[in-house]
Design a protein around this ligand. Structure first.
Ligand SMILES: [Zn+2]
Length: 356
C-alpha cells in the first residue's frame, strides 16, 4: 500500500487514519476494555492519547504509507509495554495492557505482515451482503470513498458522543458511498460503529429510487434506518465477529445520540423508526395469521421497506405513507395493508393510496 486510493483525501490524513485503523484492528478483541478503562485510569487514558500523537507524528514524517503504519504500531507497542510496568498501575489494567502488547506484537511478527484497510474491507462485506438482499429488487454496486471532516459533525457533542464519523451516498453518475471521518477524534468508538454507518448507507440510500435526498425524510432516514438496523443485527458477526461485541454496545449508544428526544435534528430518524415499529404492531394485532410471530411481522415490514425504497416515486409520497401509519393506518390504508399482507396487493401499490 503506497499511496492514498481516495482522491479527496490528503496523503498525510490517509496515513494517519490508516495507522489508527490498523492498531484498532489488531487489538479489536480488547479494544472495548481499553476504551472503558480510559474513564477510570489516567495511565490507560494517557496510553490511548499517545496513540493519537504517535499516529500524527509518523503520518507527518514518514511519506511511505506502509512504513508510517508499521512505525505507529511499533512505537505504540513500546508505550503500552512501558505503561504496563508502572508501579502503581491497577493489576487488571496491567494485564490488559500486556494482552494488548501481545496482540500488537502478533500483528508485527505475523509471517504475512501486511497493512490492512479495515475500512474498505468492511465496506466490501457490507456492500456484498446488501447486494444479496436487494438482488431481486434493484441494486447497483457502489464504490467506496473516504474523506475528512474538519470538526465533529455535531458541534455541541459531549463525551457521550465520540462518534466523529458519518457517511453520505451520491448516485450520479455512479453510486459512491463516502465515509467521512474527523481524524482528530478517530478513536475506538468511531471505529467500532463503522459497520452500522456503512449498512445504513447501503440499505437506506444506495438503491433508493426517489426524486431527491433529504436528511429530514422520515422514510429515507427513519423507516429505512429501522430496516437497516434489522440487517445490522443479522450481519454483525459475519462482518467482524471479533469486533462485534464492541460494535453492538457503541451502536446502541450512537442510536441514543442520533434518535434522542433532546436532539432536534434527530426527529426524522426517531419518528420514521417508530412508524415502522407501529406497523409491525398493527400487523401483529390485525392479522392473526401473520402476526402470530412478531418476527414474521417484522420480516414483512422489512420487505415492504426494501420494495418501497426501490419503487420510483417522489420522496414526499413515501414520507406521506409513513405519516399515515400514525397512530394506526386509516380505514382505507388499513384495507390496502390487509390486502398486501394477504398477498393480494403489490406493496408498491400501497403508495398509491397516499396523497402528499
Ligand atoms: Zn441516511
Amino acid at each position: 500500500m503506497t499511496s492514498c486510493p481516495y482522491p479527496e483525501l490528503d496523503e498525510r490524513i490517509w496515513r494517519n487514519i490508516l495507522a489508527r485503523a490498523n492498531v484498532f484492528h489488531a487489538i479489536r478483541t480488547r479494544l472495548a476494555d481499553l476504551f472503558d478503562r480510559t474513564f477510570f485510569s489516567n495511565a490507560v487514558d494517557s496510553t490511548l492519547r499517545q496513540l493519537a500523537s504517535i499516529a500524527d507524528e509518523f503520518s507527518e514524517i514518514e511519506c511511505n504509507t506502509t512504513r508510517a503504519v508499521l512505525a505507529t504500531l511499533g512505537e505504540w507497542r513500546s508505550v503500552v509495554a512501558r505503561t504496563a510496568e508502572f508501579a502503581h498501575l491497577d493489576e487488571s489494567d496491567a494485564d490488559l495492557l500486556r494482552e494488548i502488547e501481545n496482540l500488537l506484537l502478533e500483528a508485527l511478527m505475523a509471517s504475512d505482515i501486511r497493512v490492512v484497510n479495515p475500512l474498505d474491507e468492511t465496506f466490501v462485506k457490507v456492500s456484498r451482503l446488501s447486494g444479496q438482499v436487494y438482488r431481486r429488487y434493484f441494486w447497483r454496486k457502489p464504490a467506496f470513498s473516504l474523506a475528512m471532516e474538519i470538526a465533529h459533525l455535531r458541534p455541541h457533542h459531549s463525551y457521550l458522543d465520540p462518534y466523529a464519523v458519518s457517511a453520505l451516498t451520491t448516485s450520479v453518475p455512479n453510486a459512491v458511498v463516502q465515509l467521512v471521518i474527523w481524524p482528530h477524534a478517530f478513536g475506538p468508538p468511531a471505529y467500532a460503529v463503522l459497520p452500522y454507518v456503512l449498512i445504513h448507507e447501503c440499505i437506506c440510500h444506495v438503491p433508493a429510487r426517489q426524486d431527491r435526498v433529504d436528511n429530514g425524510s422520515t422514510f429515507a432516514e427513519g423507516f429505512m434506518d429501522w430496516a437497516a438496523e434489522y440487517f445490522y443485527g443479522l450481519w454483525l458477526s459475519r462482518i467482524d465477529s471479533r469486533l462485534a461485541p464492541m460494535t453492538e454496545q457503541h451502536v446502541a449508544a450512537l442510536q441514543q445520540v442520533l434518535t434522542g428526544a433532546s436532539n432536534t435534528d434527530a426527529s426524522s430518524r426517531r419518528v420514521g423508526r417508530r412508524r415502522a415499529s407501529q406497523l409491525v404492531n398493527w400487523i401483529s394485532g390485525h392479522d392473526p395469521g401473520l402476526g402470530e410471530s412478531r418476527s414474521v411481522a417484522k420480516k414483512a415490514v422489512v420487505k415492504l421497506a426494501l420494495t418501497l425504497n426501490t419503487t420510483m416515486a417522489p420522496l414526499d409520497i413515501k414520507d406521506h405513507f409513513v405519516s399515515e401509519l400514525n397512530p394506526a393506518p386509516n380505514p382505507v390504508l388499513g384495507e390496502r395493508l390487509r390486502a398486501w399482507v394477504d398477498g393480494q396487493l403489490d406493496p408498491a401499490d400501497l403508495l398509491q393510496c397516499t396523497c402528499a
